[in-house]
Design a protein around this ligand. Structure first.
Ligand SMILES: *Cc1c(COP(=O)(O)O)cnc(C)c1O
Length: 452
């Protein structure tokens, strides 16, 4: 193993060099992938020296999500202390289901959950867990809401049509989860949004009324803190009133921007979170930990236990439910996703996490200022968002993004709202500086000249 650690260190150096010298890897066309890289698996292995050469080739052509040219998705960058925590988790290789097997890591996970609950303004009765991603966090919320509305579903399955509500701009996992949980995609009601992409609470109220008249059982509302395209925040206060009135579970999907709970400057965006029943946040998005690190918390500890526990004599043999985290998780064997966020948090403190979040908003403002000061640009996104959506000179967003990628210039994607397609630049890498933002626009403009 010692040799492999030395090799790992050498490979990391190659990766760091590549990130600096070729921040956007030259993409290999899919049709040539297996010719350009020997990915074949054979009866006989290869010698270490050849393996090293091959791994270095793979490093070269791997998309560099930690580079300062990556603005493509809702994650990016690399924060040393978080990566350190995750590397240690690989070395420990604990499974988080029991205290017997995970030891102090159970305490670490519980501490992170506890502090997230506090920042969310949740009551003493709250608890949570780590799910394999934001989509699965949303599914756990949906399951708790379903069981809380009708306890017998767990044993008997669905016997009546249950309806749920989420905005048109919300993440696709809501509909997918409705299918996975037996609720059904057709029971998902898409609530209209205003011109900023925020859910209209009055429309939500109308949809619920109609479903009640039609004999459905409304049970779940999903509000979003940071919609996937525009980065919009739904109004939790207004939505929670509608939920209380109708006795519906309110989940706040903060996969993208729930990280604002760490920022005294920006946590007003998620005002009213304390009125929700559950809340999820992906630390691998705003907080910059490696994938995946998704936290779900709920004010109803008993419901979490009720919906996810199973007795298993062969597993739970010591230490009681509170320290046997398998009693409240989606999986059985479960990797340690808590250590990376704990290591980062311990190292920089809550104030350091606030700086990470604030920096993203500052960089987004710099990008918006640039766009507003240059007449060839049209801006589509709004203040208080780290998704900067724009078009340049009527050039197709799709065409420009693809050109930038194929020519190894920038990684950036496109999205649409109200049938307008635009480039979506995401300033989620907290290590990006002002000059990186300007370089982004310089590169994009030069590329635009080339395709005009
Ligand atoms: C990214 C995202 C998700 C899904 O999270 P994964 O970890 O990718 O499964 C859910 N909701 C929103 C709003 C997101 O941005």
């Amino acid at each position: 193993m010692q040799n492999d650690i030395a090799l790992f260190s050498e490979l990391c150096d190659s990766l760091f060099d590549a990130e600096t010298n070729q921040p956007v890897a030259k993409p290999i066309p899919t049709s040539e992938l297996y010719q350009q890289l020997d990915l074949s698996l054979n009866n006989d292995g290869i010698i270490d020296e050849d393996l090293k050469i091959l791994l270095k080739d793979i490093i070269k052509s791997t998309p560099k999500t930690a580079s300062k040219s990556f603005f493509n998705q809702l994650f990016g960058g690399r924060i040393g202390k978080a990566a350190l925590g995750d590397l240690l988790a690989v070395m420990f290789n604990n499974s988080m289901y029991t205290y017997k097997v995970a030891g102090p890591h159970v305490g670490i996970e519980k501490q992170v959950i506890h502090n997230v609950c506090e920042l969310a303004g949740y009551s003493k009765d709250s608890d949570g867990t780590f799910a394999p991603g934001g989509s699965m966090s949303n599914m756990m919320a949906l399951i708790m809401a379903r069981d809380s509305k009708n306890e017998s579903v767990r044993a008997e399955g669905l016997s009546q049509s249950m309806t749920l509500y989420t905005s048109k701009e919300s993440h696709y996992s809501i509909s997918k989860n409705a299918a996975l949980t037996g609720i059904g995609r057709n029971q998902v009601r898409l609530v209209d949004t205003n011109d900023k992409g925020e859910m209209i609470a009055d429309h939500l109220d109308q949809l619920i009324k109609k479903d009640l008249i039609d004999g459905h059982i409304p049970f779940f509302v999903n509000a979003t803190a940071g919609t996937t395209v525009l980065g919009a925040f739904d109004n939790n206060e207004a939505i929670s009133k509608v939920c209380k009135k109708n006795n519906l579970w309110l989940h706040v999907d903060g996969a993208y921007c729930g990280g604002v709970i760490f920022s005294k400057k920006h946590n007003h965006l998620i005002k009213g979170l304390e009125h929700s029943d559950s809340f999820s946040v992906n630390a691998h998005k705003m907080l910059g930990t490696p994938l995946s690190c998704s936290i779900i918390v709920t004010q109803h500890k008993a419901q979490l236990h009720h919906s996810f526990s199973n007795e298993a004599d062969y597993l739970y043999q010591t230490d009681g439910d509170d320290f046997n985290l398998g009693k409240t998780s989606l999986q059985c064997g479960r990797r340690n996703d808590a250590l990376k966020i704990w290591t980062l948090w311990k190292s920089v403190g809550t104030n350091g996490l606030e700086k990470i979040v604030n920096k993203q908003f500052e960089m987004a403002q710099i990008a918006r200022d640039y766009i507003n000061n240059h007449k060839d640009y049209t801006l589509y996104s709004f203040e208080d968002s780290i998704s900067v959506c724009f078009n340049y000179k009527n050039i197709s967003a799709n065409k420009l993004c693809t050109h930038l990628y194929k020519n190894s210039e920038l990684m950036v994607g496109y999205g649409n709202f109200n049938n307008v397609e635009f480039i979506r630049m995401v300033t989620i890498n907290s290590l990006i500086e002002k000059q990186d933002v300007f370089r982004f626009f310089d590169t994009l403009e030069a590329s635009a000249e080339a395709i005009c």
